[in-house]
Design a protein around this ligand. Structure first.
Ligand SMILES: C[S@@+](CC[C@H](N)C(=O)[O-])C[C@H]1O[C@@H](n2cnc3c(N)ncnc32)[C@H](O)[C@@H]1O
Length: 373
């Protein structure tokens, strides 16, 4: 079962009727009528207990990578539009008026994002969201920072009656899409052109390090949601963890997390939004009610016993193997002033750690759902 934290609401907001499971919010408006049910029980949704391992934790580990790294790495492909982007160490990044985004927008990064999407969907028990949407007609849906658009594509396919928009700084989405989906190049930090009280559901995933002020962003989202509409905010943690093995001081998982936290502090666009309670805090400040926080554990490789978690961990491992340089190069060299070689050393240490199944490593994924009153 999902461990869902009903975030404490200030008096006068959600009140005691706040539900305690992910599909719980007893809707009080027609837009919030739901036929969704709570996700089925799997080991994936039992975050307080250590996940069962399919390996001997701390046992002999011949660095048994869950994958053959060589087989997943390939050369980048270039398209003409890439030439309009910022370039750094052979990678391309979007140009935004409101500031430099930290992640590349090339094919190698896109492959990583799609693999992470597969991992997250498995983690949610083959669901794309936890919000209690109307299954017969989820209405108008907005996916902010859609990346490759894979979540929006899957959503539009699953709900043909929905009207879905995916926005991003980069046009890195496919052009052949279902008729109920469109992608727009749009900077969500700028003024929104959609009407107020317009969307039934807004989704944002892995936007850490991108948004200077989450209360302001959540206020904007609230304004453009219909009364009774839902916002679902999903962030992956930066910190590798293990319930089975003492990782010891100065573990590369700590280095990796600190890099992102420090970079976020310097750019004024925090990565700490992924930490427990942070997303809920901003949603509450913006005026959302019935806020539910669900904390999940995503294995970093194939060490978990549960078949779904094993698969999710394998996807996540593939994504990291594929592009840890892409995730870290900008923040390390441009924000923290590291040399490219120093980044390669950290990534090599990370690669060693994420391949070690006997560490039973995982990261947390927080899913927070709030309703517009
Ligand atoms: C880590 S990716 C996640 C993509 C997608 N949400 C997913 O989960 O697969 C973050 C995305 O947010 C986009 N992004 C960052 N800042 C943005 C902004 N101000 N407006 C729109 N998109 C933004 C980036 O271009 C990137 O594609």
């Amino acid at each position: 079962m999902a461990v869902t934290h009903s975030s404490p609401e200030p008096s006068g907001s959600a009140g005691p009727e706040s539900p305690a499971t992910p599909s719980p919010a007893e809707p009080t408006t027609s837009a919030a009528q739901t036929s969704a049910s709570a996700p089925e029980t799997t080991a994936a949704l039992e975050p307080e207990a250590p996940l069962e391992a399919d390996v001997q934790p701390g046992g002999d580990d011949d660095n048994d990578s869950a994958i053959d790294a060589g087989s997943v790495l390939s050369t980048d492909t270039l398209t003409p539009s890439i030439l309009e982007y910022r370039q750094l160490h052979g990678r391309t990044y979007p140009n935004a008026k409101t500031g430099d985004y930290w992640g590349p927008n090339d094919e190698r990064q896109s492959e990583g994002l799609d693999l992470i999407h597969n991992a997250l969907t498995l983690l949610l028990n083959d669901r794309l969201f936890l919000a209690p949407l109307r299954q017969d007609d989820p209405g108008r849906v907005l996916d902010i920072g859609t990346g490759t658009g894979i979540w929006a594509l899957d959503f539009a396919d699953e709900f043909p009656s929905a009207d879905v928009i995916g926005t991003d700084l980069s046009p890195m989405q496919p052009s052949w899409v279902p008729p109920n989906l469109r992608f727009e190049v749009d900077d969500c930090l700028l003024e929104w052109t959609w009407p107020e009280n317009h969307f039934d559901f807004v989704h944002a995933r892995c936007m850490y390090g991108s948004i200077p002020d989450w209360t302001e962003m959540d206020t904007k989202i609230l304004r453009h949601l219909k009364p009774g509409g839902y916002f679902e905010h999903v962030e992956i943690g930066c910190q590798g963890l293990s319930d089975h093995i003492e990782l010891g001081p100065d573990h590369v998982f700590d280095t990796w997390a600190q890099v992102f936290y420090e970079a976020g502090e310097k750019t004024g666009r925090p990565f700490t939004i992924c930490l427990d309670g942070e997303m809920a805090k901003h949603m509450r400040a913006a005026g959302f009610v019935d806020i539910q926080e669900t904390k999940l554990k995503l294995p970093i490789n194939s060490w978990a016993k549960d078949p779904k978690l094993k698969k999710a961990g394998t996807y996540f491992h593939y994504a990291l193997e594929r592009d840890m340089e892409g995730f870290s190069m900008f923040v390390c060299t441009q924000v923290l002033g590291w040399s490219k070689e120093e980044v390669h050393v950290m990534v090599a240490r990370m690669r060693q750690a994420i391949r070690t199944k006997s560490l039973c490593p995982y990261i947390t994924v927080n899913v927070v759902v709030g309703r517009k009153p």
